[in-house]
Design a binder for this molecule. Structure first.
Ligand code: SAM
Length: 263
């Protein structure tokens, strides 16, 4: 990334009160370079102008830090694609234990390159569908539906259940809120939060439509916060969905059903 873009990014981050260190700026810069390089080979993003990437990907991804702390917490980013919002959250919160989940293998290969190049530790990348990864026990290294690209040595060749394991789940631009709740809530510990990144919806229609799903899954919308990134109108909303009790074992339903027949 060019120096003038880095300077704009640094100033805009400072203005939001979320300042970043020189090392973190270097990591964002390298992430940008890899994103653009890989985007010419595989489809990762339509947004490639440096300032736009800084605002619409990097700053958007870390927006929940204005409202909650991710320090020392575990987080799964569902349908992470090119790593949004998971990787920017990890760069700005080095103590975060991060799992990146995506259904597309090529994107997971890109994520592996990014985490290795940026020297990010405590990151697990899972190629698979949310419905499979949350449905119970999963055999790391040897599962047809879910393959683990990057796991810690002590987790290798063991059965690991991703269910009920995370303090946070995040998802941006993946599905409607009622579908997302069925993907995300089973991954959470009781007391954990699903942070859904959405376009501003003045009537909260998606939230209303997700009411039944949240009730079935044992969750409730704790708060929602409108926000913006520099250069853009106030056009985004974060929904913070709290898991209040255990999700019944039958959820998520088998692959494809949450999407075809939303709760
Ligand atoms: N979250 C990223 C962002 O905001 O830029 C990527 C959004 S992209 C439009 C949606 C991603 O979700 C794709 O990479 C797709 O493979 C993934 N995806 C969709 N349904 C999924 C599922 N059920 N489980 C895992 N990944 C899924």
């Amino acid at each position: 990334m060019e120096n003038d873009t880095i300077e704009i990014f640094r100033k805009e981050m400072d203005a939001t009160g979320l300042s970043v260190s020189a090392k973190q700026i270097d990591q964002f810069s390298l992430y940008y370079d890899l994103l653009v390089e890989w985007n010419s080979k595989i489809n990762l993003t339509r947004i490639t102008e440096p300032v736009d990437v800084c605002r619409l990907h990097f700053m958007d991804s870390i927006a929940p830090m204005r409202f909650v702390s991710f320090e020392e917490r575990s987080l799964i980013d569902i349908g992470t694609g090119a790593g949004f919002p998971g990787i920017p959250l990890k760069i700005t919160n080095p103590s975060l234990k991060l799992t990146l989940l995506d259904a597309l293998d090529k994107r997971c290969r890109f994520l592996k390159e990014v985490t290795d190049s940026l020297g990010l530790d405590n990151v697990t990348i899972i190629h698979g569908r949310a419905e499979d990864a949350a449905s119970g026990k999963l055999k790391l290294c040897d599962n047809k539906a879910v393959s683990i690209i990057n796991i810690s040595e002590d987790e290798k060749d063991t059965d690991v259940s991703l269910r009920g394991r995370y303090d946070f789940a995040t998802s941006r631009a993946v599905a409607k809120l009622n579908i997302l709740c069925e993907y995300a809530v089973p991954f959470l510990k009781t007391g954990g939060r699903f942070v859904a990144y959405k376009s501003l919806d003045e009537n909260n229609t998606e939230l209303g439509d997700a009411g039944k799903a949240m009730q079935i899954l044992g969750a409730v919308c704790e708060r929602h916060e409108d926000y913006s990134v520099p250069g853009h109108a106030n056009d985004r909303t974060l929904y913070f969905i709290l898991k209040e009790k255990e999700t019944p074992e039958k959820y998520p339903r088998r692959t494809g059903l949450p999407d075809k027949k939303p709760l």
